[in-house]
Ligand binder design. Structure first.
Ligand SMILES: Nc1ncnc2c1ncn2[C@@H]1O[C@H](COP(=O)(O)OP(=O)(O)O)[C@@H](O)[C@H]1O
Ligand SMILES: [Mg+2]
Length: 428
């Protein structure tokens, strides 16, 4: 993950709050809390439900202790808590059910620890000291407290090549097959199709964000984004086309930052012109998928975009995906295309009209509506490649180039020459 750990907004939180069901547990807890230097008034009487209520209207503390004793379905209720709890909060659950499965499931859902009642002072002291260490030094923890974040941009070499089709499909697959909480940011602000392809109304969220970047925070994105499924939220717009877009791009940076806190994956549908106007959008991106067609113009612009990426986003792994590929009917053959861009095409997605109409009819993404078709399978492979590119990033911790030489000399001249030659041959 590229984002440096920022103490900023977390530094202003209350260090601790507890919601405990019974007085005797509170009596054990309060002295330990005082020892830790925190306010005993933050030990509230109540359980999970009170915690959810309270956190939905106030900032989350750094460490939250919550009693599950009165909860009928602890796992489900913990998910309710996750919805109102700010990312980064270290949650310690307390309960009276001694069940390893529950314990494991709670840890898997992001809970830091589970303490069994009756509580003892030393057990509390240990748990709180540990939680404090995790909160103040999350990168050294075992990785539970702070989740990794991957960011993938999708750029079309030309309009209509299928960049948005791929972006929505990938976002869908990350959120379902890969089970990653995913944000789709559709930066085709006037003509975006991210929401449309999922049969949703884009709402005013993105337009509001652009007009009022200072309002962007966790709560804003929670409200402004539309949900496509439990794990996928979209920020998209059909901004009015009678006035130009006025933005310095700060809203987009701010959104990316918030997504990093709230999701595990960000997919950005990034029109070419946005990349030119706001190059900073790609400074933290792990993988950039260039969607192209097998045409001369696309070959030229693939070369130019790859070179741009090498200069402006060297940390990002580029993937070249040829879309709408028709065997035997390409303007440029695969071999010529690859020779000209001086690298391999990573994935080729066939032209499949039936699949496109299927997706449109069902109001589903292209990949989801056609899972068993070649198009769906290939996009599934692209998704996997992006996730593993991100994992490589994390493992290496440095972002040297992806290995293949991309800058390459323009081979366009020879390509054009060959093309002319072919035209001459066929004219004879
Ligand atoms: N592999 C494909 N086969 C057939 N149609 C496709 C394919 N990929 C995309 N399309 C269609 O092409 C059109 C343009 O796609 P879109 O994703 O909006 O392009 P872009 O965002 O690059 O401008 C859409 O109608 C989409 O359904
Ligand atoms: Mg598009």
């Amino acid at each position: 993950m590229n984002a440096p750990w920022k103490p900023g907004p977390l530094g202003n939180r209350d260090p601790f709050a507890a919601f405990i069901c019974d007085e005797s547990a509170l009596d054990v807890l309060r002295p330990v809390v005082i020892e830790m230097g925190w306010q005993p008034e933050k030990c509230n009487k109540g359980g999970l439900r009170n915690a959810v209520q309270s956190l939905s209207i106030s900032a989350s503390p750094a460490i939250l202790m919550v009693d599950l004793s009165e909860s009928g379905d602890p796992l489900n209720d913990i998910n309710g808590l996750a919805e109102v709890c700010e990312p980064g909060t270290v949650v310690i659950a307390v309960g009276q059910v001694n069940d390893v499965r529950l314990y494991r499931d709670l840890l898997a859902s992001g809970i830091h620890d589970y303490l069994l009642k009756p509580l003892s002072a030393s057990q509390l002291r240990d748990a709180l000291t540990q939680a404090q260490a995790v909160f103040s030094n999350p990168r050294n923890s075992d990785g539970e407290a702070i989740k990794r974040h991957l960011s993938a941009a999708v750029v079309g070499t030309r309009g209509g090549v299928g960049a948005s089709t791929l972006a929505t499909s990938l976002a869908w697959l990350f959120s379902t097959d890969h089970r990653m909480p995913t944000a789709l940011l559709d930066l085709d602000v006037h003509f975006g199709t991210g929401a449309l392809s999922l049969d949703l109304e884009p709402g005013r969220g993105l337009t509001d964000a652009i007009e009022n970047p200072s309002r962007i925070d966790g709560l804003f994105i929670e409200r402004a984004m539309i949900r496509a499924n439990d794990n996928l939220a979209i920020l998209s717009a059909e901004a009015p086309i009678n006035s130009p877009l006025m933005t310095d791009g700060s809203a987009f940076m701010q959104l990316q930052e918030e997504f990093r806190q709230a999701f595990e994956m960000t997919v950005i549908d990034l029109p070419r012109n946005m990349l030119i106007n706001f190059p900073h959008l790609l400074t933290d991106v792990n993988a950039v998928t260039l969607v192209t067609e097998m045409t001369l113009a696309s070959a030229r612009d693939t070369i130019r975009l790859l070179s741009w990426l090498k200069t402006n986003a060297p940390q990002a792994q580029p993937l070249v995906v040829a879309n709408k590929v028709q065997t035997g009917a390409a303007e440029i053959s695969k071999a010529d295309f690859e020779a000209s861009i001086e690298r391999k095409i990573d994935f080729a997605i066939p032209l499949d009209q039936k699949a496109a109409s299927n997706a449109a009819k069902l109001g589903q993404t292209f990949a989801d509506a056609n899972r068993s078709a070649k198009v769906g399978q290939t996009i599934g492979q692209v998704a996997k490649a992006i996730v593993s590119a991100g994992e490589d990033d994390e493992a290496e911790g440095d972002h040297a180039s992806a290995g293949t030489s991309l800058l390459g000399k323009f081979d366009l001249k020879s390509l054009l020459a060959r093309k002319e030659k072919r035209a001459a041959v066929s004219a004879e």
